[in-house]
Design a protein around this ligand. Structure first.
Ligand SMILES: C[S@@+](CC[C@H](N)C(=O)[O-])C[C@H]1O[C@@H](n2cnc3c(N)ncnc32)[C@H](O)[C@@H]1O
Length: 232
């Protein structure tokens, strides 16, 4: 079904501070582990994962309500009961939403349309959010971030590097070369089609990590050069 969806919403709007979705309820018999994309938009990334793997619950959190409804309709139509989107303001609702859950993987794919310094307070990856993500990760969990905007990636890295309980798989202040998952988000597809660079990071919790090597991600080579942002 085609729905009219706003390009962006301002997460600082008063109305969006009160979404309060309540605790995440998984249906009886829902598979575990739990993987979550923060800011899933159309959830292309999660659809690809869910089609390959019926044994994980895939949840997308999204602040644009019309997108959430659309994702849920499409997931039902596609016979993917283990994929669901939830209307939530991640920076406000995450702790209550995920209380009592452990998450295997958090994906933050191209999180912010807010490139300008003046809009920095709208950004998703804050020290508070990063601390919550670290505490919610399962011992063998993963936190993946990618962006085509150099400044955003660097700001997110500055936060994540300083978050207690997280360890950069590629080494401190380093990027991974590849998206290690068999899925691409819509923004990722568009950026790659244009041949633009993507800055990616993979973190694991220090508490579960008996110095294991990354499964699929490889450390990136020399420090990347600033890239150009592609319009969404
Ligand atoms: C640039 S889009 C990227 C969407 C998708 N991850 C991709 O890579 O194609 C960022 C998404 O995050 C959502 N978003 C931004 N801030 C959010 C917040 N605080 N809570 C929930 N969703 C948010 C936006 O509505 C938007 O859909």
């Amino acid at each position: 079904m085609s729905v009219r969806i706003r390009h962006h919403v301002n997460p600082l709007r008063a109305k969006l501070q009160r979404i309060a979705p309540g605790p995440l309820q998984l249906p009886p018999g829902a598979p575990l582990p739990l993987d979550i994309e923060l800011g899933c938009a159309d959830a292309l990334f999660l659809f690809e994962l869910a089609r390959r793997d019926p044994d994980t619950s895939y949840i997308g959190l999204e602040i644009r309500q019309a997108l959430v409804a659309d994702v849920n309709e499409r997931a039902a139509a596609a016979g993917l009961p283990h994929l669901r989107a939830v209307f939530a303001h991640i920076n406000i609702d995450l702790a209550a939403l995920l209380a009592g859950h452990k998450v295997r993987r958090f994906f933050i794919n191209f999180p912010d349309p807010w490139f300008k310094r003046a809009q920095k307070k709208r950004r998703l990856v804050t020290p508070e959010l990063a601390a919550q993500l670290a505490s919610l990760l399962a011992p063998e969990g993963e936190l993946f971030f990618q962006s085509d905007v150099w400044g955003l990636a660097l700001d997110a890295m500055a936060v994540l590097e300083q978050t207690p309980g997280l360890r950069n798989v590629a080494g401190e202040w380093s990027f991974v070369r590849q998206n290690p998952y068999p899925a691409r988000s819509l923004r990722e597809v568009r950026v790659l089609e244009r041949g633009l660079p993507v800055w990616r990071m993979l973190y694991k919790p220090t508490h579960g990590l008996a110095a294991t090597a990354p499964r699929t991600a490889e450390p990136a080579g020399p420090s990347p050069q600033p890239g150009t942002a592609a319009p969404f």
